[in-house]
Design a protein around this ligand. Sequence first.
Ligand SMILES: *Cc1c(COP(=O)(O)O)cnc(C)c1O
Length: 236
Amino acid sequence: MRSEELQTNLASVEKRVAEACKRAGRDRSEVTLIAVSKTKPVEDLQVIYDAGVRQFGENKVQELTGKIPEMPSDIDWHLIGHLQRNKVKYIVDKVKLIHSVDSYRLAEEINIQAKKRGVVADILIEVNAANEATKFGVKLEEAEQLCEEISHLDGVHIMGLMTIAPNVVVSEENRAIFHKIKDLSVDIDNKKFDNVDMKVLSMGMTNDFEVAIEEGATHVRVGTAIFGERNYNIHS
Ligand SMILES: *Cc1c(COP(=O)(O)O)cnc(C)c1O
């Protein structure tokens, strides 16, 4: 029962992603669907894995490191939540991409831990596009300077930008924000900083991923529409 429900949810999200790509004149291969599995049991992740998904997103280091050994090894894990410097060492060589870098101090710690393990860590700069007090991320106007500072750290590679748009009722309300982030990424790319490549735009969640795709998202982070509502009382 549960696995049928998850398969149906995934198929419906897939269809909506494909349709948004079509409307935007983009190829489906330009958009990566990240299944955001936070608070969900590995049995649920396995159903989505069996349906073909290899990109999973988690927002807590402890939950992520607990799930990694329980799941197949060909998964690309994405750390999408706020990262504390003292936890970098647990994940730096285990994740494909860290989406949530919003300070030089954090990037510096990622650089140190990446070099210890002989890897280069791919990261995104999280931008608080709507300047919401409750959200992490740098202000829009601070992003370029942060990229320039981090560009001197050769154990870290900036792959693009990430944003969490406001929780709005009508997704259309976030279109201007996604557009701004896209423009910002083009501006930063034009600076040709070392170790900075604006290839990835991680934006769009259950409520607004179609608009995000229309505005240039390369990675959408979808939880609820695939796994159903989260129950934080049980899991945290
Ligand atoms: C939880 C979460 C998501 C997924 O949110 P849904 O609305 O359930 O799709 C995406 N991005 C981040 C950073 C998250 O923490």
